[in-house]
Design a protein around this ligand. Structure first.
Ligand code: NAP
Length: 429
């Protein structure tokens, strides 16, 4: 979005709650996906523009209010993402050892808010709930070798704990079948090529096709999902090398309870059948059969919600900023002049990083229409930021400091994971 706005002649101020830029690219994309993380170079190019300013370490809603921003800028675009995890709503979810994916992902990516998280890695089995790419990222991270992890920018605390982990098996639990899985084929292929983990389907006892219903004819995901079925079928036919670790894709199972004294000790899964609804939806229906699985850690990877920003409309049911064509919709159902949204905060947590480019173009088109119709405010460029914010130069100090620590440790970078240390590094100390 900043790139589009700069090209259209606007000056752009980017505000981030963290002292570091790149959002999901730094704190969400799995550390071993270095190619995807490389998209940060595109952002660097945008940031080098004369009319671009970065203000890290500022929270909108507390350090600066939405009203102040609206008064000081022609327009404000909220690209605040979806930072909260969804919950299962089953008994035992509050036991120790049950976490949202957001905590685990931020922890291994060195997000300052997750630096003190602790995950139970002494039990040989972890259960990850959900059949999306986040579930696959988490499972992969749990079985990479210490050497593979060292070659990434995974946070030091996660590198140490994952290297000493006693986890040998990761169960990925999907409530429906492989044909309905939300993960994509390149990510599934990766799971089949891990150096020390075998990929099994439903415990390795049954082929995936026996649990997979026919695809709804004409479904939008037909091509992708039929490719996934083919991949899984081909994979189940391969001889297994009996590697030290395994990832087990358990389809057609819904978590119904977590059980333990103070910590999770087991998870109860309902075994499902799948039913086709009129209109093509495929729904999971419990058969009455249940499985009990012993585990020490359960991670929900079942999607995210945005969090409400004080002073900005919010749709609590959908967990999104309400909008039409990127224009934020006020309580009276009409667009709030000069307020826009983009990315996951606008349309929910779906799609890959490139999807957000198209999403930004759509919101940008609305902004241009509104400029044409003189609907943007006449505000001057804001000068309300505190002195202590982290500028782009401050971020470059952090970057240099992380990369040189990485050089000393023979790693790509060693991330600074404490707020106070990030601010110190930003000042060049
Ligand atoms: P997602 O793709 O929406 O997947 C969520 C999964 O959770 C679905 O399988 C869903 O099953 C399941 N689920 C939801 N509620 C559940 C419940 N109550 N009980 C059991 N299962 C439940 O979400 P995500 O994995 O968080 O990924 C978000 C987006 O980021 C996606 O677009 C993803 O592709 C993208 N991403 C991409 C990459 C990559 O490109 N490598 C990496 C990470 C994330 P149902 O289908 O049955 O609802």
């Amino acid at each position: 979005m900043a790139g589009y706005l700069l090209d259209a002649g606007f000056s752009v101020d980017v505000i981030d709650v963290l002292p570091t830029p790149y959002g999901l690219v730094r704190s969400g994309v799995a550390p071993d996906h270095t190619k995807i993380k490389g998209v940060s170079r595109v952002f660097d190019k945008i940031a080098s523009h004369q009319r671009f300013r970065f203000h890290g370490g500022l929270e909108v809603g507390s350090d600066i209010t939405c009203e102040e921003l609206a008064r000081q800028f022609h327009l404000v675009v909220y690209a605040t993402g979806t930072s909260a995890g969804r919950e299962l709503g089953i008994p035992g979810e509050s036991l120790l050892g049950c976490h949202g994916a957001e905590d685990f992902v931020r922890w291994y990516n060195g997000h300052p808010d997750a630096a003190d998280q602790h995950f139970e890695l002494r039990h040989p089995r972890v259960v990850v709930i959900g059949n999306g790419n986040v579930a696959l990222d988490i499972a992969r991270m749990l079985v990479l070798t210490p050497e593979e992890l060292r070659s990434t920018d995974v946070a030091d605390h996660a590198l140490n704990q994952l290297s000493g982990s006693m986890v040998r098996e990761v169960l990925i639990v999907g409530r429906r079948g492989p044909a309905q899985a939300a993960f994509t084929s390149p990510e599934l292929r990766e799971l089949g090529r891990l150096s020390r983990a075998d990929l099994l389907v439903n415990g390795g006892h049954e082929g995936c096709s026996s649990t997979a219903p026919k695809m709804p004819v004409g479904g939008a995901d037909l091509a992708v999902n039929s490719e996934i079925i083919k991949l899984l079928e081909a994979h189940t036919r391969l001889p297994k090398d009996a590697k030290s670790h395994r990832i087990d894709l358990r389809f057609n199972r819904s978590p119904v309870a977590l059980v333990g004294d103070t910590r999770v000790e087991e998870i109860h899964l309902a075994v499902n059948d799948l039913r086709f609804e009129v209109g093509g939806d495929v729904v999971a229906v419990p058969t009455g059969q249940e499985e009990v699985i012993s585990c020490g850690l359960v991670i929900r990877a079942i999607g995210y919600r945005a969090t409400a920003i004080p002073g900005l409309p919010f749709d609590f049911r959908l967990g999104l900023i309400p909008s039409r064509d990127g224009r934020i919709i006020g309580h009276d159902g009409t667009p709030l002049p000069g307020h826009y949204t983009v990315g996951w905060a606008k349309r929910g947590p779906s799609g890959v990083i490139g999807t957000n480019k198209k999403c930004a173009a759509d919101t940008f088109n609305s902004i241009m229409e509104d400029r044409e119709r003189s609907l943007l405010s006449g505000a001057a460029r804001g000068s309300l930021f505190r002195d202590s914010h982290v500028s782009w130069n401050g971020w470059m100090n952090i970057d240099r400091s992380e990369v040189s620590a990485g050089l000393r440790a023979s790693r790509p970078r060693v991330k600074i994971v404490r707020h106070s240390e990030l601010l110190r590094a930003a000042r060049g100390c």
